[in-house]
Design a protein around this ligand. Structure first.
Ligand code: PMP
Length: 326
C-alpha cells in the first residue's frame, strides 16, 4: 500500500527511506529482507554518505560555504557526493584513474562536478595523492576521504540502521552486508548491537579479498570481479572494526554472477554483483539461524542491495560469466 506523500522541495530529500523487501520469498525459505538502495536519486547507497558528510561538514565549518570537496573515487561515492554538492552550493572535484567506468564519470560531470583523471598505472594510490595535492592548491578545499572518515559510518548509524529496525519492528536477528569501505556495515552494526547485543553480524566479501584475515582467518589474495566490495589491503580500510563482526563470508565471483541472473529472472531485482553476494550470504545466515547453528535473537536477516545492474550493463553483467568484466 502506498501512503500519500507531500511534494518535496529538493532531490536531496529523496535520499534514504528506501524500501525493505523480502527476498528468497518462497514460504519455506528462511526470512531475508533487502534494502533497495538503487531507489536513491543517484541510484546507490552512497547518496546517503554524500548528503550526510557534506551537511555535517558544512554545519561544523570543516567545509566553508561555497567551498570545494575533492574525493578520489571511481564510483558510486562520486555520484552521491555530486548529487549533494550540486544542491548545497559546494564545488565537487573527483580524481579518477583513467581506466574506470566512463558511464560513472559522465554522470559525475552531468551533475556539475569536475573530473580529473590520473594515469591508470598509478592506481587508486595515485588518485589519492593527486586529490591531496589539489586540496593544497584550491582555496577552501576538503578531502572527505570515505575510507577513513567516521562520518561515513555515522551516516548509516543515523539512517540505514534505524530504517531497518523501524521496518521490521525491531525483530532483526542478523545484519549481513558487503564491505568496501565498511561504512555501511559498521554503521548498521553499531546501531543493531545497541538494540540487542546478541544480534549476529556478518561481513561479505568476494573470494580473493582479505577482510577475513582481519578476523584471523587464512585467505588467499586473488583478483575478483565483484564490484564495490572487498579489499586487497585491509590496513587501508580504517573503518572496519573486527570487534563488531562475528564472521566474514566469502562469495566466489561465479556464485555472485549466477545470483545476479537469478535475482533478476525470478525476483525482479535489477541489482549488481555486490548485492548478489550479499543475497547469498544473507540466505546462508538465515538458514543457519533456522537450523540452530547460529544463536540470534530473531529469525529475520537484513541485508543491503547497494546499487543497480544498469550501471554495469556495458561490462556484460547479464552476459556469460567468462565475458563478464566485473
Ligand atoms: N556495493 C557497491 C556497488 C559499492 O559501490 C559499495 C561502495 N564501495 C559497496 C557495495 C560497499 O559499501 P561500503 O563502502 O559502505 O562498505
Amino acid at each position: 500500500m502506498t501512503t500519500h506523500r507531500e511534494p518535496l522541495s529538493s532531490v536531496l530529500e529523496t535520499v534514504g527511506e528506501t524500501p525493505l523487501v523480502r527476498v528468497h520469498a518462497s514460504p519455506d525459505e528462511a526470512p531475508v529482507y533487502a534494502k533497495l538502495e538503487s531507489f536513491n536519486p543517484g541510484a546507490s547507497i552512497k547518496d546517503r554518505i554524500g548528503k550526510y558528510m557534506l551537511e555535517r561538514m558544512l554545519e561544523d565549518g570543516t567545509l566553508p560555504e561555497g567551498g570545494t570537496v575533492i574525493e578520489p573515487t571511481a564510483g558510486n561515492t562520486g555520484i552521491g557526493i555530486a548529487v549533494a554538492a550540486g544542491q548545497l552550493d559546494v564545488e565537487a572535484v573527483f580524481v579518477v584513474p583513467e581506466r574506470f567506468s566512463l558511464e560513472k564519470q559522465q554522470l559525475m560531470r552531468a551533475l556539475g562536478a569536475t573530473v580529473v583523471n590520473t594515469p591508470t598505472e598509478d592506481g587508486m594510490g595515485g588518485a589519492i595523492d593527486r586529490a591531496h595535492e589539489l586540496a593544497e592548491e584550491v582555496d577552501d578545499a576538503v578531502v572527505p576521504q570515505q575510507f577513513s572518515n567516521p562520518l561515513n559510518t555515522e551516516a548509516h548509524y543515523e539512517t540505514t540502521g534505524p530504517e531497518i529496525y523501524d521496518a521490521l519492528d525491531g525483530e532483526v536477528g542478523a545484519i549481513v552486508a558487503g564491505c568496501g569501505t565498511a561504512g555501511t556495515l559498521m554503521g548498521i552494526a553499531r546501531y543493531a548491537l545497541e538494540q540487542d547485543s546478541e544480534t549476529y553480524v556478518a561481513a561479505v566479501e568476494p573470494a580473493g579479498s582479505l577482510y577475513s584475515t582481519v578476523l584471523g582467518e587464512d585467505a588467499e589474495e586473488d583478483p575478483y570481479k565483484t564490484e564495490g566490495i572487498g579489499t586487497h589491503d585491509p590496513t587501508t580500510n580504517e573503518l572496519f572494526d573486527p570487534e563488531l563482526v562475528d564472521e566474514v563470508i566469502q562469495i566466489p565471483d561465479e556464485n555472485a554472477h549466477a545470483e545476479v541472473q537469478r535475482l533478476a529472472g525470478e525476483e525482479g531485482h535489477l541489482v549488481a554483483s555486490s548485492a548478489a553476494a550479499a543475497s547469498l550470504a544473507a540466505r546462508d545466515v538465515a538458514e543457519r539461524i533456522r537450523d540452530g547453528e547460529i544463536d540470534a535473537p530473531h529469525d529475520s536477516v537484513a541485508t543491503i542491495f547497494p546499487d543497480s545492474s544498469e550501471r554495469y550493463l556495458s561490462k556484460g553483467i547479464y552476459g556469460d560469466f567468462e565475458s563478464w568484466e566485473g
